[in-house]
Design a binder for this molecule. Structure first.
Ligand SMILES: [Ca+2]
Ligand SMILES: [Ca+2]
Length: 306
């Protein structure tokens, strides 16, 4: 065994000598070998550095592609903020949304957008009127008259001379109003724009042989419908707006009629006052309001009631 190992060692030595001899013959001088080797390792180092750099660049590019620009990252505080008429949302320095008077209203060339105020002045649009009111409520320099704090729309369209409502017209007005209200209710029912509760009331009234049921149904429905903001079983002057403003230009008796409804002159109309005014049988009046209402924005409501 030992002999074999020695023989093997000797043969290894011979092989190494032969290799050295062959190298001397075939390859360039040692200095040149070292230069080539160092160049090789230098190139390899450069390649490794390049690979690392490329990887870093790719990572940066990927992170930039994923990153959202800074301002898109910050949620817009005005996104879900609603402001009252004549106001617009502005983000405050604290990042919170607030409602401020509109800087300007869109210019309105259409004369049909004109509105007549409670001071019998024609305004170019409801926006202009509400903006002016806002400026005065906030004591801004642009406020033209402190009276404008109480500005509201009297009716749509240019101000005009309203003929006086005669006694005869006024005495017939409750009947006309009841008929008109029931027709509106019927139309909404046909268009499926009534809640299930009021739809059922309307259908029952249609089936009834008692004419007064239509009047009672329509009276209750409209009173409940008007008592929206705040929903407090009373209809304020502000809540009368949806019925008053559009009808004023068409029905010159509507204003004196609605004024007459507030019998105790407390600026609020109760269901009983409404029933008396519309001359519906009092014993049939029952508060049948559908209390399921869409979300009421208390903040908007507060601003609108200013
Ligand atoms: Ca109310
Ligand atoms: Ca009253």
């Amino acid at each position: 065994m030992a002999v074999l190992l020695i023989a093997d060692a000797n043969s290894q030595k011979i092989k190494k000598k032969r290799i050295r001899h062959e190298r001397k013959k075939e390859i360039p001088p040692t200095v040149e070998v070292e230069t080539v080797e160092s160049q090789q390792s230098h190139l390899e180092e450069q390649a490794r550095a390049r690979d690392v750099l490329e990887a870093k660049l790719k990572a940066i590019e990927a992170s930039e592609a994923e990153a959202v620009p800074e301002d898109e990252n910050i949620p817009d505080p005005c996104e879900n903020k609603r402001c009252g008429p004549g106001r617009e949302c502005v983000p405050g320095l604290d990042g919170k949304a607030r409602c401020a008077c509109m800087k300007a209203c869109p210019s309105e060339a259409d004369f049909r957008r004109r509105v007549c105020s409670n001071y019998n002045e024609t305004w170019e649009s409801d926006c202009e009127l509400y903006r002016s009111r806002c400026l005065c409520l906030e004591d801004q320099e642009e406020c033209k008259s402190h009276l404008n704090k109480h500005l509201h729309i009297e009716y749509y369209g240019e101000c005009r001379q309203m003929p006086a409502c005669t006694e005869e017209e006024m005495s017939d007005f409750p009947r006309r109003m009841r008929d008109w209200l029931f027709n509106v209710m019927r139309e909404l029912a046909d268009r499926k724009e009534l809640s299930t509760h009021y739809l059922q009331m309307e259908r029952e009234a249609e089936r009834s042989t008692n004419d007064s049921q239509r009047s009672v149904t329509a009276a209750i429905w409209k009173w409940c419908d008007l008592d929206g903001h705040p929903h407090d079983k009373q209809v304020s002057r502000h809540e009368l707006f949806p019925i008053r403003a559009p009808l004023m230009a068409l029905e010159h008796c509507i204003a004196p009629f609605l004024d007459s409804c507030d019998a105790d002159n407390d600026h609020r109309i109760t269901l009983n006052e409404w029933g008396t005014c519309l001359e519906v049988p009092m014993h049939e009046l029952d508060n049948k309001c559908d209390d399921v209402r869409d979300g009421v924005d208390e903040e908007l409501e507060a601003e609108e009631s200013l």
